[in-house]
Design a protein around this ligand. Structure first.
Ligand code: PHE
Ligand code: FE
Length: 297
Protein backbone atom coordinates (compact mmCIF):
# COMPACT_ATOMS: atom_id res chain seq x y z
CA UNK A 1 0.00 0.00 0.00
CA UNK A 2 1.56 3.31 -1.03
CA UNK A 3 1.92 6.11 1.49
CA UNK A 4 0.94 9.71 0.79
CA UNK A 5 4.58 10.78 0.51
CA UNK A 6 5.15 8.24 -2.26
CA UNK A 7 2.34 9.80 -4.27
CA UNK A 8 3.43 13.44 -3.97
CA UNK A 9 3.33 15.22 -7.30
CA UNK A 10 3.23 18.98 -6.74
CA UNK A 11 2.58 21.88 -4.36
CA UNK A 12 -0.41 24.20 -4.49
CA UNK A 13 -1.23 27.57 -2.90
CA UNK A 14 -4.44 27.29 -0.84
CA UNK A 15 -6.03 29.55 1.76
CA UNK A 16 -4.32 27.33 4.33
CA UNK A 17 -0.87 27.95 2.88
CA UNK A 18 1.41 26.28 0.40
CA UNK A 19 0.61 22.58 0.64
CA UNK A 20 1.70 19.50 -1.25
CA UNK A 21 -1.07 18.14 -3.42
CA UNK A 22 -1.08 14.68 -4.87
CA UNK A 23 -2.84 13.50 -7.99
CA UNK A 24 -5.29 11.84 -5.63
CA UNK A 25 -5.90 15.06 -3.63
CA UNK A 26 -3.88 13.71 -0.72
CA UNK A 27 -1.78 15.92 1.56
CA UNK A 28 0.25 15.20 4.70
CA UNK A 29 -1.79 15.66 7.90
CA UNK A 30 -0.14 18.81 9.30
CA UNK A 31 -0.48 17.54 12.84
CA UNK A 32 2.12 19.85 14.42
CA UNK A 33 0.20 22.87 13.09
CA UNK A 34 -3.03 22.24 15.00
CA UNK A 35 -3.55 24.96 17.62
CA UNK A 36 -4.65 24.36 21.21
CA UNK A 37 -8.05 25.69 20.05
CA UNK A 38 -8.22 23.02 17.32
CA UNK A 39 -7.47 20.27 19.84
CA UNK A 40 -10.01 21.79 22.21
CA UNK A 41 -12.71 21.69 19.51
CA UNK A 42 -12.03 18.00 18.94
CA UNK A 43 -12.17 17.28 22.69
CA UNK A 44 -15.40 19.25 23.14
CA UNK A 45 -17.15 17.55 20.20
CA UNK A 46 -15.84 14.15 21.22
CA UNK A 47 -17.00 14.52 24.81
CA UNK A 48 -20.42 15.76 23.73
CA UNK A 49 -21.06 12.88 21.32
CA UNK A 50 -19.75 10.29 23.74
CA UNK A 51 -22.28 11.39 26.33
CA UNK A 52 -25.05 11.07 23.78
CA UNK A 53 -24.20 7.96 21.80
CA UNK A 54 -24.24 5.01 24.21
CA UNK A 55 -27.73 3.56 23.73
CA UNK A 56 -28.14 5.50 20.47
CA UNK A 57 -25.25 4.49 18.20
CA UNK A 58 -24.87 0.85 17.20
CA UNK A 59 -22.45 -1.39 19.09
CA UNK A 60 -20.11 -1.71 16.08
CA UNK A 61 -19.63 2.07 15.97
CA UNK A 62 -19.04 2.41 19.71
CA UNK A 63 -16.58 -0.51 19.64
CA UNK A 64 -14.64 1.24 16.88
CA UNK A 65 -14.39 4.48 18.87
CA UNK A 66 -12.96 2.52 21.82
CA UNK A 67 -10.55 0.40 19.77
CA UNK A 68 -9.07 3.49 18.07
CA UNK A 69 -8.70 5.35 21.36
CA UNK A 70 -10.28 8.39 19.72
CA UNK A 71 -10.86 10.01 23.11
CA UNK A 72 -7.27 9.95 24.34
CA UNK A 73 -7.21 13.74 24.17
CA UNK A 74 -6.57 16.05 21.24
CA UNK A 75 -6.83 15.48 17.51
CA UNK A 76 -5.74 11.93 16.65
CA UNK A 77 -2.75 11.32 14.41
CA UNK A 78 -3.78 9.53 11.22
CA UNK A 79 -0.49 7.61 11.30
CA UNK A 80 -1.46 6.04 14.63
CA UNK A 81 -5.01 5.23 13.51
CA UNK A 82 -3.54 3.67 10.38
CA UNK A 83 -1.57 1.23 12.50
CA UNK A 84 -4.81 0.00 14.07
CA UNK A 85 -6.58 -0.13 10.69
CA UNK A 86 -3.62 -1.86 9.05
CA UNK A 87 -3.78 -4.83 11.36
CA UNK A 88 -7.57 -5.18 11.20
CA UNK A 89 -9.35 -4.37 7.93
CA UNK A 90 -6.46 -2.97 5.89
CA UNK A 91 -7.92 0.50 5.30
CA UNK A 92 -5.67 3.58 5.23
CA UNK A 93 -6.73 7.10 6.15
CA UNK A 94 -5.42 9.79 3.82
CA UNK A 95 -5.57 13.51 4.62
CA UNK A 96 -7.29 15.78 2.09
CA UNK A 97 -8.20 19.47 1.86
CA UNK A 98 -11.92 18.79 1.51
CA UNK A 99 -14.48 17.36 -0.87
CA UNK A 100 -12.98 15.52 -3.82
CA UNK A 101 -14.22 15.03 -7.38
CA UNK A 102 -16.46 11.94 -7.53
CA UNK A 103 -14.06 9.77 -9.48
CA UNK A 104 -11.13 10.58 -7.15
CA UNK A 105 -13.24 9.79 -4.10
CA UNK A 106 -14.43 6.49 -5.61
CA UNK A 107 -10.85 5.54 -6.53
CA UNK A 108 -9.75 6.04 -2.92
CA UNK A 109 -12.56 3.86 -1.57
CA UNK A 110 -12.01 1.19 -4.20
CA UNK A 111 -8.42 0.94 -2.91
CA UNK A 112 -9.43 0.94 0.76
CA UNK A 113 -8.20 4.48 1.33
CA UNK A 114 -10.55 6.73 3.26
CA UNK A 115 -10.08 10.47 2.63
CA UNK A 116 -10.35 12.55 5.80
CA UNK A 117 -10.48 16.36 5.73
CA UNK A 118 -7.49 17.40 7.85
CA UNK A 119 -8.80 20.74 9.21
CA UNK A 120 -11.32 21.10 12.03
CA UNK A 121 -14.19 23.55 12.47
CA UNK A 122 -14.00 26.70 14.62
CA UNK A 123 -15.35 26.81 18.19
CA UNK A 124 -18.39 28.79 17.02
CA UNK A 125 -19.28 26.01 14.55
CA UNK A 126 -19.74 23.12 16.99
CA UNK A 127 -23.39 22.60 16.01
CA UNK A 128 -23.35 23.10 12.29
CA UNK A 129 -21.01 23.25 9.36
CA UNK A 130 -22.01 23.16 5.70
CA UNK A 131 -19.03 21.06 4.54
CA UNK A 132 -17.35 18.01 6.06
CA UNK A 133 -14.45 18.70 8.43
CA UNK A 134 -12.12 16.47 10.42
CA UNK A 135 -14.67 15.77 13.11
CA UNK A 136 -17.33 14.59 10.68
CA UNK A 137 -14.94 12.57 8.52
CA UNK A 138 -12.95 11.00 11.32
CA UNK A 139 -15.36 10.58 14.20
CA UNK A 140 -18.32 9.95 11.89
CA UNK A 141 -16.90 7.59 9.29
CA UNK A 142 -13.75 5.94 10.58
CA UNK A 143 -14.91 3.83 13.58
CA UNK A 144 -17.00 1.53 11.33
CA UNK A 145 -14.01 0.88 9.06
CA UNK A 146 -12.92 -1.57 11.78
CA UNK A 147 -16.02 -3.66 11.10
CA UNK A 148 -15.10 -6.23 8.43
CA UNK A 149 -18.47 -6.27 6.66
CA UNK A 150 -18.85 -2.50 6.62
CA UNK A 151 -15.22 -2.15 5.51
CA UNK A 152 -15.96 -4.39 2.52
CA UNK A 153 -19.17 -2.50 1.75
CA UNK A 154 -17.27 0.78 1.55
CA UNK A 155 -14.74 -0.67 -0.87
CA UNK A 156 -17.51 -2.22 -2.99
CA UNK A 157 -19.21 1.18 -3.02
CA UNK A 158 -16.04 2.75 -4.41
CA UNK A 159 -15.82 0.12 -7.12
CA UNK A 160 -19.51 0.61 -7.91
CA UNK A 161 -18.86 4.35 -8.03
CA UNK A 162 -16.18 3.97 -10.68
CA UNK A 163 -18.63 1.93 -12.72
CA UNK A 164 -21.50 4.40 -12.28
CA UNK A 165 -19.15 7.25 -13.20
CA UNK A 166 -18.44 5.51 -16.50
CA UNK A 167 -22.16 4.92 -17.11
CA UNK A 168 -23.23 8.53 -16.56
CA UNK A 169 -24.91 11.23 -14.51
CA UNK A 170 -28.17 9.38 -13.82
CA UNK A 171 -26.37 6.30 -12.50
CA UNK A 172 -24.31 8.53 -10.21
CA UNK A 173 -27.42 10.26 -8.89
CA UNK A 174 -28.97 6.90 -7.99
CA UNK A 175 -25.79 5.63 -6.35
CA UNK A 176 -25.31 8.86 -4.38
CA UNK A 177 -28.75 8.40 -2.79
CA UNK A 178 -27.64 4.99 -1.57
CA UNK A 179 -24.57 6.54 0.09
CA UNK A 180 -26.65 9.30 1.61
CA UNK A 181 -29.28 7.02 3.15
CA UNK A 182 -26.81 4.36 4.38
CA UNK A 183 -23.27 5.59 5.01
CA UNK A 184 -24.37 9.11 6.01
CA UNK A 185 -27.84 8.74 7.51
CA UNK A 186 -28.46 5.05 8.10
CA UNK A 187 -30.22 3.46 11.07
CA UNK A 188 -29.89 -0.19 12.09
CA UNK A 189 -32.32 -2.49 13.89
CA UNK A 190 -31.06 -4.24 17.05
CA UNK A 191 -32.68 -6.29 19.81
CA UNK A 192 -32.62 -3.16 21.97
CA UNK A 193 -34.31 -1.01 19.34
CA UNK A 194 -33.19 1.24 16.49
CA UNK A 195 -29.61 2.47 16.58
CA UNK A 196 -27.55 4.91 14.49
CA UNK A 197 -24.71 3.96 12.16
CA UNK A 198 -24.72 6.89 9.68
CA UNK A 199 -21.75 9.26 9.90
CA UNK A 200 -23.85 12.36 9.30
CA UNK A 201 -25.93 11.50 12.34
CA UNK A 202 -23.25 10.37 14.83
CA UNK A 203 -21.22 13.51 14.15
CA UNK A 204 -24.22 15.79 14.88
CA UNK A 205 -25.57 16.35 18.37
CA UNK A 206 -28.97 17.50 17.16
CA UNK A 207 -29.53 14.76 14.60
CA UNK A 208 -28.30 12.03 17.01
CA UNK A 209 -31.37 12.80 19.09
CA UNK A 210 -33.77 13.75 16.29
CA UNK A 211 -33.14 10.71 14.08
CA UNK A 212 -34.23 8.30 16.81
CA UNK A 213 -36.57 10.28 19.01
CA UNK A 214 -38.44 12.85 16.92
CA UNK A 215 -41.95 11.86 15.80
CA UNK A 216 -41.52 13.99 12.64
CA UNK A 217 -39.47 11.83 10.23
CA UNK A 218 -40.38 8.48 8.66
CA UNK A 219 -38.37 5.42 9.63
CA UNK A 220 -38.67 2.81 6.88
CA UNK A 221 -37.10 -0.60 6.30
CA UNK A 222 -34.17 -0.56 3.87
CA UNK A 223 -34.98 -1.56 0.31
CA UNK A 224 -32.34 -0.93 -2.33
CA UNK A 225 -34.58 0.30 -5.15
CA UNK A 226 -36.75 2.32 -2.79
CA UNK A 227 -33.68 4.10 -1.42
CA UNK A 228 -32.22 4.80 -4.84
CA UNK A 229 -35.47 6.43 -5.95
CA UNK A 230 -35.65 8.75 -2.96
CA UNK A 231 -34.42 12.34 -3.04
CA UNK A 232 -32.97 13.82 0.15
CA UNK A 233 -32.49 17.02 2.13
CA UNK A 234 -29.19 18.80 2.43
CA UNK A 235 -30.55 21.84 4.27
CA UNK A 236 -32.17 20.15 7.28
CA UNK A 237 -32.39 16.93 9.23
CA UNK A 238 -33.65 14.04 7.09
CA UNK A 239 -37.37 13.52 6.52
CA UNK A 240 -36.92 9.78 6.13
CA UNK A 241 -34.39 7.36 7.63
CA UNK A 242 -33.93 3.87 6.22
CA UNK A 243 -33.34 1.01 8.65
CA UNK A 244 -31.11 -1.97 7.84
CA UNK A 245 -31.36 -5.30 9.71
CA UNK A 246 -27.58 -5.67 9.83
CA UNK A 247 -24.51 -4.89 7.73
CA UNK A 248 -24.71 -8.30 6.04
CA UNK A 249 -28.14 -7.34 4.65
CA UNK A 250 -26.74 -4.11 3.27
CA UNK A 251 -23.74 -5.82 1.70
CA UNK A 252 -25.83 -8.64 0.21
CA UNK A 253 -28.46 -6.28 -1.23
CA UNK A 254 -25.81 -4.22 -2.99
CA UNK A 255 -23.77 -7.13 -4.36
CA UNK A 256 -25.62 -7.64 -7.70
CA UNK A 257 -24.56 -5.72 -10.79
CA UNK A 258 -26.40 -2.37 -10.73
CA UNK A 259 -26.21 -1.80 -14.49
CA UNK A 260 -29.73 -3.12 -15.28
CA UNK A 261 -31.07 -1.43 -12.15
CA UNK A 262 -29.75 1.97 -13.25
CA UNK A 263 -31.47 1.54 -16.62
CA UNK A 264 -34.78 0.57 -15.03
CA UNK A 265 -34.78 3.26 -12.30
CA UNK A 266 -33.77 6.03 -14.67
CA UNK A 267 -37.16 5.58 -16.36
CA UNK A 268 -39.06 6.11 -13.09
CA UNK A 269 -39.80 9.43 -11.41
CA UNK A 270 -37.94 9.97 -8.12
CA UNK A 271 -39.75 9.95 -4.78
CA UNK A 272 -39.86 12.96 -2.46
CA UNK A 273 -37.83 12.73 0.74
CA UNK A 274 -40.98 12.60 2.87
CA UNK A 275 -43.02 10.09 0.80
CA UNK A 276 -44.38 6.88 2.32
CA UNK A 277 -45.44 4.07 -0.05
CA UNK A 278 -48.00 1.30 0.49
CA UNK A 279 -45.18 -1.19 -0.10
CA UNK A 280 -42.89 0.30 2.58
CA UNK A 281 -42.04 -1.57 5.74
CA UNK A 282 -42.87 1.30 8.05
CA UNK A 283 -41.27 1.41 11.51
CA UNK A 284 -42.71 4.83 12.04
CA UNK A 285 -44.79 7.07 9.83
CA UNK A 286 -43.55 10.58 10.51
CA UNK A 287 -45.86 13.37 11.62
CA UNK A 288 -43.89 15.83 9.44
CA UNK A 289 -44.21 18.37 12.24
CA UNK A 290 -41.70 21.17 11.76
CA UNK A 291 -40.65 20.09 8.27
CA UNK A 292 -39.18 23.07 6.51
CA UNK A 293 -40.61 24.08 3.18
CA UNK A 294 -38.11 23.81 0.38
CA UNK A 295 -37.07 21.27 -2.11
CA UNK A 296 -35.26 17.97 -2.01
CA UNK A 297 -31.91 17.33 -3.63
N1 PHE B 1 -22.92 -3.97 -6.97
C1 PHE B 1 -22.81 -2.60 -7.37
C2 PHE B 1 -22.63 -2.47 -8.89
O1 PHE B 1 -22.53 -3.41 -9.59
C3 PHE B 1 -21.64 -1.94 -6.69
C4 PHE B 1 -21.95 -1.51 -5.30
C5 PHE B 1 -21.61 -2.27 -4.22
C6 PHE B 1 -22.55 -0.30 -5.10
C7 PHE B 1 -21.90 -1.85 -2.94
C8 PHE B 1 -22.83 0.13 -3.83
C9 PHE B 1 -22.50 -0.64 -2.76
O2 PHE B 1 -22.59 -1.39 -9.37
FE1 FE C 1 -19.57 12.09 5.26
Amino acid sequence: MSTPSQRRVEHQQTDRGYVPVYATGVVEQPWADYSPTDHGVWDALFRRQCELLPGRACREFLDGVTRFGLGDGGIPKFSELNRVLGRSTGWTLVAVEGLLPDEVFFDHLAHRRFPVTWWIRKPEQLDYLSEPDLFHDLFGHVPLLLNPVFADYMQAYGQGGMKAFAIGREALTLLTRLYWYTVEFGLIRTDEGLRIYGAGIVSSKGESIYSLESPAPNRIGFDLERVMRTRYRIDSYQQTYFVIDDFEQLFAATRPDFTPLYARLAAQPPLAAADVLATDHVYQRGTRVGFAAGSDT
